[in-house]
Design a protein around this ligand. Structure first.
Ligand code: NAG
Length: 423
């Protein structure tokens, strides 16, 4: 009996989260406003997602924001004064997080029983994912190379997976680069990256996608932030670095504002306490330098870059800094639509259809993003891919992981076929 009790405690501790009480009484509101109004909120509020409003409210955006009991009255008054319509969506965020936690415990217990080292029924910790990638490389040495690409600020190993039937030695092949989990709370992004790896290595190793393309995949770019979302704060977004002024009070940098593209200009935040803090300088974050190095490593033949984010069902392309289009804007749109169409074919009925568009026109101005930087350094097709959140925002229940990884793979595979057809 004592042993059973210990097991129950330890087994549950495997992915036990903490810190939900800090969201006791926090409410989620859907707020609608002009692009500028929503962008202004992002500097001082926790915006969970933004998307274009319904057609009737054309020109407006809808954002999901989190309001603590202390700040609620003040912000609702702020919205009223600006004629920004709002609607309460959830009464107590802490309850939602506790519900997610209990679902994950159940799904992890089930996943353990099935005996697979990694599956798509639950979420895994950083170390488990790294171990899995090393096992895969050991089992398929002719196809998979796992590189320890760098350490996070807190010293965790960031793995980079290279998949190639020619050991990256055939310089005629196109390269596709994918990263995931730059934003720590966007949990479903890492399973998508792992699924892409599994498809290429386990299911399709003799197909053109594996034989004719070299792949570089970083499945978990921000391990410090990710582990922090498990142990301390489910809604953490940034890195956990403390190398900037004000870091003691407000650690961490928004990795997707830290790239060297219009960094330090107005459309990100220079305030370290903001969730879109761009960092003290471009590429200040070791996690982002791992992506930088990966992108630059085979730049001349890199055809497609996708940064996986959650959530909102969108393929966003450059330029986010000013809303104009790159020279190949039409091609960016076309390839984006082709990927989105394949995903929509498999999507759940309740899911929003994908939106494909220029990041600044669909949403608002951003600077220092990976999508814009990779386009600026010469990769023709670069996207921010916002996965579905359904009604769960980024707290996507483990029962939906299978659906999201499967449909998203269909889109990425279409993108890869498009690359081959135009290479
Ligand atoms: C918009 O930004 C891009 C770089 O992202 C730049 O190449 C282009 O010249 C800018 N266009 C305008 C009109 O400022």
């Amino acid at each position: 009996m004592a042993r059973l009790v210990i097991c129950v405690l330890l087994c549950v501790a495997a992915l036990a989260q903490a810190g939900h009480e800090k969201y006791e009484g926090h409410q989620l509101y859907r707020v609608s406003g002009l692009s500028d109004q929503i962008a202004e909120l992002e500097a001082s509020l926790d915006i969970l997602s933004t998307k274009p409003g319904a057609r009737t409210a054309s020109g407006k955006l809808e954002a999901i924001v989190r309001l603590s009991p202390e700040e609620k009255e003040q912000w609702l008054q702020y919205f009223d004064e600006r004629n920004m319509a709002y609607f309460k969506m959830a009464d107590n965020l802490a309850d939602i997080l506790r519900e997610e936690e209990s679902q994950i415990q159940v799904s992890r217990a089930a996943a353990k029983r099935s005996g697979k080292s990694i599956g798509f029924e639950t979420y895994y910790r950083h170390q488990e994912i790294n171990d899995y990638l090393d096992e895969l490389a050991a089992e398929y040495p002719d196809l998979v190379t796992v590189i320890n690409a760098g350490l996070s600020y807190e010293g965790r190993q960031i793995k980079l997976v290279r998949i190639s039937s020619t050991r990256f030695e055939n310089l005629m092949k196109p390269v596709i680069v994918i990263d995931a989990m730059v934003h720590a709370r966007e949990w479903v992004t890492t399973p998508v990256a792992i699924y892409v790896i599994n498809q290429l290595v386990l299911e399709l190793s003799s197909s053109v996608l594996t034989q004719e393309i070299d792949w570089i995949i970083i499945p978990l770019a921000n391990p410090d932030g990710y582990e922090y979302t498990i142990d301390e704060d489910r809604l953490w977004r940034k890195t956990r670095s403390k190398s900037h002024p004000g870091a003691e009070e407000c650690p961490g940098v928004d990795g997707n504002r830290n790239f060297d593209h219009y960094h330090g200009t107005s459309a990100a935040s220079a305030n370290p306490c903001s969730i879109i803090y761009e960092g003290p300088r471009a590429f200040s974050e070791p996690e982002i330098r791992v992506i930088q190095d990966a992108v630059l490593s085979n730049l001349q033949r890199t055809a497609l870059y996708i940064s996986l984010h959650s959530y909102g069902n969108m393929f966003l392309y450059a330029w986010g800094n000013n809303g104009t289009l790159p020279q190949n804007g039409l091609i960016l749109h076309l390839a984006g639509v082709r990927m989105a169409t394949e995903i929509d074919k498999l999507a759940l009925d309740k899911a929003d259809r994908y939106i494909v568009g220029n990041a600044a026109n669909v949403l608002y101005y951003t600077t220092g993003t990976s999508r814009d930087w990779t386009r600026a350094v010469g990769i023709p097709l670069t996207y921010t891919l916002e996965l579905p959140g359904y009604e769960y925002d980024f707290v996507v229940p483990p029962t939906y992981i299978k659906q999201i990884v499967t449909e998203t793979w269909a889109g990425i595979a279409e993108g890869a076929h498009y690359v081959l057809s135009t290479w």
